[in-house]
Design a protein around this ligand. Sequence first.
Ligand SMILES: [Zn+2]
Length: 85
Amino acid sequence: MSTPTADRRHVSYLGDYCAHCNPAGDQADSCVRLLTLVEPDAVTWRGGKRVTCEYRCTGCGHQWARSDLWNAEQAGFDPKQRSAA
Ligand SMILES: [Zn+2]
């Protein structure tokens, strides 16, 4: 009931798992997931529903990008207020 959503967002903000350190992803043990969860270096939004997040694993240096994982609202953008930056 009183789950601190702000804190949870802080921990896993737009996170993804490094496919090298954690091939099992969501299926891995929770401690493994915590260790391999990477926050994006860059978040790109070109309008629309989806954002592109670029990650770099601090453990192994693997770099990747996901554009199918998070949407604009989750990234803090408002799809209805699309402003040309
Ligand atoms: Zn890694």
